[in-house]
Design a protein around this ligand. Structure first.
Ligand code: F2R
Ligand code: MG
Ligand code: MG
Length: 348
């Protein structure tokens, strides 16, 4: 791993949280759409980046709302406090329930409030007749914790799993959250001035997931290593000489609200966007990542947000266009969270 100086690291913290916010705000208008025209999307981004375009500020959704709760809790407590996080999720939801939350996750907020937070992990265990949620809601909000655990990988894996289990107790739900956090963590530790070794980045993810997924060995499951399977498919797509069609990416990796079919997709978008992509006309690889993630359709806000967080953590804040930031709600607030998390992490 490269040694990152403090100025660059502070910039990477900002890039990560601003990337997460921008992906959500810019991807939200397209959530649930398929067959999004690349040229329409190109014009959308050109207008937003242009100096004269005036439009209402793009609102964030549940992705950034829950990220905000996690960041605020870590900053206030300077430690992982599950009860405090659960209370912040519930308060945030009842203050603004119209942020496009997952259909079932809101049951948890109602139960937590009704049960006076007796057991912050209890209601999530009852979801989907006890099998737990495999949605991407744990992964979409995890960035602040990946920053908080910058220098401690073991702590990262343990705390990330617990953060996910407040709402997502299905193994695919919390393992997807761990994968997203590991991808951000790897990006933070790499020097963007050196050419990114795409194959090595994904091989390291596969190796780390082999530790995370080993507890399902010997249980007779059809596939005990679903994330490793998806990441290996991702490597095949990345290694291809000819360009991969969006339909193939969607069919192979998915663009749904399931963590298994969206977290590897977000990682793919970041890695693929290191180099030019047909019909995405920009020299900026951060913008290319977000624009490409949205172009794939489906769960656009969440995939663009997760991809944006990974890309921002790699390239740093300096690469994120000021004009794009101006069009998004709460950019200043997310910069402040990043700076405070950096200060806490640097003093640990
Ligand atoms: N909910 C949305 N988008 C829908 C429409 C938004 C619209 N634009 C609006 O403004 O109203 N987006 C957000 O939800 C996703 C994150 O969801 P999360 O937090 O994981 O929620 P949940 O409810 O736990 O799971 C989501 C769905 O996944 C399926 N599912 C999960 N586990 C399952 C299981 N064990 N068995 C069967 N199905 C399971 C269900 O369909 C859940 O409803 C993000 O996209 C975020 O942006
Ligand atoms: Mg959303
Ligand atoms: Mg979404």
């Amino acid at each position: 791993m490269a040694v990152i100086d403090s100025i660059s690291l502070a910039s990477k913290f900002r890039g990560c949280l601003v990337g997460c916010l921008l992906g959500d705000c810019l991807g939200a208008p397209y959530e649930g759409d398929y067959g999004i025209s690349k040229s329409v999307l190109q014009k959308y981004f050109e207008k937003l980046e242009g100096p004269y375009f005036k439009s209402p500020v793009k609102q964030y959704t549940d992705d950034a709302a829950m990220t905000k709760c996690l960041a605020e809790s870590l900053i206030a407590q300077e430690k992982f406090d599950a009860l405090d996080i659960a209370k912040r999720f519930v308060k945030e939801y009842f203050n603004n329930p119209r942020h496009g939350y997952g259909q079932q996750v809101v049951d948890i907020f109602h139960k937590l409030r009704a049960q006076k937070f007796e057991d912050p992990f209890g209601p999530a265990k009852e979801q989907f007749d006890g099998s737990g949620s495999y949605g991407n809601g744990g992964a979409m909000r995890v960035s602040p914790l990946a920053l908080f655990c910058y220098s401690n990988y073991e702590e990262l894996v343990n705390l990330v799993r617990r953060s996910a289990e407040l709402t997502h107790t299905h193994k695919q739900g919390y393992d997807g959250t761990i994968l997203q956090a590991i991808a951000v963590h790897q990006s933070l530790h790499l020097d963007p001035k050196e050419t990114l070794d795409v194959h090595n980045f994904s091989t390291q993810l596969i190796q780390k997931m082999s530790q995370i997924e080993k507890d399902c060995e010997g249980l007779g499951l059809d596939d005990p290593y679903p994330y490793q399977t998806q990441l290996k498919k991702m490597q095949v797509l990345l290694d291809k000489k000819e360009d991969t069609h969006d339909a193939e990416v969607e069919k192979t990796l998915g663009t749904s609200v399931a963590a298994l079919y969206s977290v590897p997709t977000a990682i793919f978008c970041f890695l693929r966007a290191c180099t030019p992509i047909p019909e995405i006309d920009t020299d900026n690889p951060f913008r290319r990542t977000v624009q490409y993630a949205i172009s794939l359709g489906g769960d656009t806000d969440t995939i663009a947000s997760m991809a944006g967080a990974i890309a921002g953590a790699y390239y740093g804040y300096g690469i994120v266009s000021e004009n794009l930031q101006k069009h998004c709600e709460a950019t200043e607030q997310f910069i402040e969270y990043a700076d405070k998390l950096y200060k806490i992490t640097a003093s640990k």
